[in-house]
Structure formats: C-alpha cells, structure tokens
Design a binder for this molecule. Structure first.
Ligand code: NAD
Length: 438
C-alpha cells in the first residue's frame, strides 16, 4: 500500500516507520521543516529506543520518505493517517483540534479518489464527523472515507507496542475503510495474539479516552493506597503484587509514584471530562482522579521538605530524572516540573540529571543547573530526589553517591531502590508507601 502520515511526531514517526517495516511505501509529512530536514539527514529528532535503526533501514530501502509538501505526501496514497498533536486548549482543558482540522482542510483537495483518511491522533468523540464534513465540502460524497484508529503505544517501548499491540481498534462508517484497515493490520499482525476491534467511528474515538482514563485511575488508586501504607506501616509494592496477581486486576499500572504525567493522561482525562460535561454526564471517578493527581504532584514537594527537616531555604537538592517516565526525552506534563518549581519557591537551589531529557528540560525549567552525570549532580547536595526511574538511576552506586553529598538524604519517589538498600549505605530514606527502615 502507499501510505501517507501527516504529523511526524512520536506517534506519526513510529507508525510510519513501522508501516514501512511491513513493506509499505510510506511518506511522513510534517510542517516542521527542521524536523523533516533532520530526518532526511538521518537524524531522528526524538529519543525512542530502536527508532533510529528502524528509520535508517527503511529509509535506505526506499520505503520511507520525509517531506514538508502535503501534495507530494498524499499523491497516490490509498491511506492517509492524521497523527498531528491534539494538545489541551489553554485555559479550557478540552482538546485543541485546530491541527487536525487544518490537516483535513489542506488534504481535502489533494487526496486520491477512494482514499481512506484515518484519524490516529487522540480526538474527542464526533471529530471524525467534522473531518468528514470538512473533506465533504470539497469532495463528492462516497469518494473518500474517514476512519478512526486510535494509537495506544507507550513512549519508551513504542515500536514493540506498535508491532505487538494488545489490540487494534478501528472505527469505520463504510466497507471501504473496514477493508483497507483490516487488510493493513491483518496482513502483518499475529491475529491470534492481537484482536482487531472493529466498531463505529464514534465508539472508537471514545475507546481511547476511556482506556487512558481507566489507566490514570488505576495509578491514582495505588497512589492513594501508598499514602495509607505509609500511615499504617505496610509496603505498597507488596500490596500491589498481592492485589495485581488477581487476573481480573493485573499487575501493570500499580507502581505508586509522584502522580501521573506525560503527553497523554493529563490532557486526555481533562478532555474526556469536557466531553462528558458538554453532554450533561458526570464522570465522577475521572473527576476525582484528576483532582487527586494534581494535589499529589504538589504534595511531593512537601515530602521533600519534610525529609529535610521542614525547611529547604538555601539547601541544594539534586533531582535524578526529569522526563515523565524512563526511556523518553518527553518532558510534557512531567511531575518533575511542578516539584522543582515548588521547591524553588521554598528557596531551594536545584540541580538535575536526566539521561535523555536535558535539551527538552532546558525549554521548560529555569534556574536549574542541568548535569549529564548523576554523581556531579549530587555533589554537595543536601538531598537527592529520584523522580524518574531510569535504569541508569536504579543502578547508581549508592556509596559513591553518598560520598559526594553534604547531607545523606534520599527521597525515592519511584521506589527505584530495593527496600533497605540505601538505608544500609547510610542514607536517610523517604520512599513511597513503604515503612521507614530504622
Ligand atoms: P507530537 O507533538 O510529537 O507530533 C505532532 C506533529 O504534528 C508535530 O511534529 C507537528 O509539527 C505536526 N503537525 C501539526 N500540525 C500539522 C499539519 N497541519 N500538517 C503536518 N504536520 C503537522 O505529538 P505526538 O505525541 O506524536 O501525538 C500525536 C497524537 O497522538 C496526539 O493526539 C496524541 O494525543 C496521540 N497519542 C500520543 C501518544 C504518545 O505517547 N505520544 C500515544 C498515543 C496517542
């Protein structure tokens, strides 16, 4: 198949590269000329394990091209994926669909007859109907299809998630879209492991939000249980295992931490709430999840202040891990940002280390000394705070870390170290949902 992907970010680039790996002829298009120029030079502009090689291989084989020219991208394409961003609209919380609608308007007159336009971006229910109208205003009804195919990949393991997804969801309103998309995925996925859920377009759109809201709720649930564990002397990691091994519950997304962040959960839960409000429906559990998560992110700063005896003025705090999770350079809605800003307001000096997020962190943080070496970052610090559980950080030599610090205080917001390991090295440790080891 000839496939065009509009929007070459985390989702568009991974999807395009994987489709080309399946043998399709793929053109990835983006308005960002710098991004396209970088890809044409063979430099992948985002950090995603395995993506460089996948892009390089398929680019070299001539199956994957990059362009800023939409007409060039969609020429001859039977399928056009829209994978542009849908960020939260400032001050409103609902999704900003201007990039999706702009892409639809621009491609309307350029697509081939019978092309299937597939919305891969996360969009509120009913967006497909509007895209259908936009394209329908310049094209004959029936000469194109608009489908929904939400993406569930996780940054950091995006390629595996794309190639071996738990399921593929396809929302269609006509047979052409059903045939094209079930053929595209059905020909390359192991259908014994990956069910394809074919449904109406509106249901498909809502599935993505429901899935993210459920996962955000699961994280928030275990975070609240972690607070209780701290009060009653229980260990939340064991609790999560004991609970999660029940197959009806599952062990994933039961890692207690500083609150969820990232480019999806915060914005998608808010957008779902807006949709529900617009339709007069109360999603109380999601509302509580959003409120509890926001409060938790702010409370994490108080945990650090407590660990330092109640006052951080003029103290130096080393933050280990800045990105919203390991194995990505993505800083969008990272819990490290409100934590750092709050500690700065309390008068602390902040130094920070991250294996891949330094460049993006520079755009969102100010007055933070950024380090590429964790031990340098911890030098003369009064406390280190683990915010992102990168493997590099989990495997730090605690004795060497302690040796360069002024006060030996570790606040482990991810339970990155084995219980007792840091205490045995001589640290005073404050973890999440764990009894304090004397
Ligand atoms: P991103 O910001 O990394 O990439 C979006 C790209 O679209 C940018 O490069 C931007 O320049 C480009 N763009 C915007 N308007 C354009 C236009 N009119 N024509 C061409 N290019 C245009 O975003 P992302 O993280 O890849 O997310 C894309 C969508 O996928 C969002 O709706 C997001 O919610 C959803 N999603 C993201 C993830 C994730 O982990 N990042 C996972 C699942 C779903």
């Amino acid at each position: 198949m000839k496939i065009a992907v509009i929007g070459t970010g985390y989702v568009g680039l991974v999807s395009g590269a994987c489709f080309s790996g399946w043998g399709h002829d793929v053109v990835c298009m983006d308005k960002n000329a710098q991004k396209i120029a970088s890809l044409e030079r063979g430099v992948v502009p985002i950090y995603e394990p395995g993506l460089d090689e996948l892009v390089e291989r398929n680019f070299a084989a001539g199956r994957l091209r990059f362009t800023c020219d939409l007409a060039d991208a969609v020429r001859g394409a039977s399928v056009v994926f829209i994978a542009v961003g849908t960020p939260p609209r400032a001050g409103h919380g609902d999704a900003d669909l201007s990039f999706v609608y702009m892409a639809a308007r621009e491609l309307a007159s350029l697509i081939e007859d019978n092309a299937v336009i597939v919305i891969k971006s996360t969009v509120p229910v009913g967006t497909g109907d509007i895209v259908q109208k936009i394209i329908g205003s310049v094209r004959k009804a029936g000469s194109f299809s608009v489908a929904s195919n939400p993406e569930f990949l996780r940054e950091g393991v995006a390629i595996r998630d794309f190639l071996e997804p738990d399921r593929v969801v396809i929302g269609i309103e006509d047979d052409r879209a059903r045939d094209v998309l079930t053929k595209l995925y059905g020909a390359s996925l192991d259908l014994r492991r990956t069910p394809i859920v074919v449904t109406q377009r509106r249901t498909s759109e809502l599935i993505k939000y429901a899935a993210n809201a459920f996962l955000a709720t699961k994280i928030t649930f275990i975070n609240e249980l972690a607070d209780l564990c701290e009060q009653v002397g229980s260990d939340v990691s064991h609790l999560a295992l004991g609970v999660g091994l029940d197959k009806r519950i599952g062990t994933s997304f039961l890692n207690a931490g500083p609150g969820y962040g990232g480019s999806c959960f915060p914005k998608d839960t808010m957008a779902l709430l807006r949709t529900a409000q617009d339709h007069g429906v109360a999603l109380r559990i999601v509302e509580e999840t959003v409120t509890a998560n926001e409060a938790r992110k702010r409370r994490m700063a108080l945990k650090v202040v407590d660990a330092l005896g109640g006052d951080v003025e003029d103290l130096t705090i080393a933050i280990l891990g800045l990105t919203f999770k390991p194995d990505t350079d993505d800083m969008r809605e990272a819990p490290s940002v409100p934590l750092i800003e709050t500690l700065q307001r309390f008068g602390a000096r902040i130094r920070a280390y991250d294996p891949a997020g330094i460049e993006n962190a520079r755009q969102v943080l100010s007055d933070v000394e950024l380090h590429r070496d964790p031990y340098e970052c911890a030098r003369d610090a009064d406390a280190v705070v683990v915010v992102t559980e990168w493997d590099d950080i989990r495997h730090l030599d605690l004795a060497s870390l302690k040796a360069v610090m002024r006060q030996k205080i570790l606040v482990d917001l991810r339970n990155a170290f084995e219980p007792g390991a840091a205490e045995r090295t001589g640290f005073r440790v404050s973890g999440i949902g764990r009894p304090t080891v004397a």
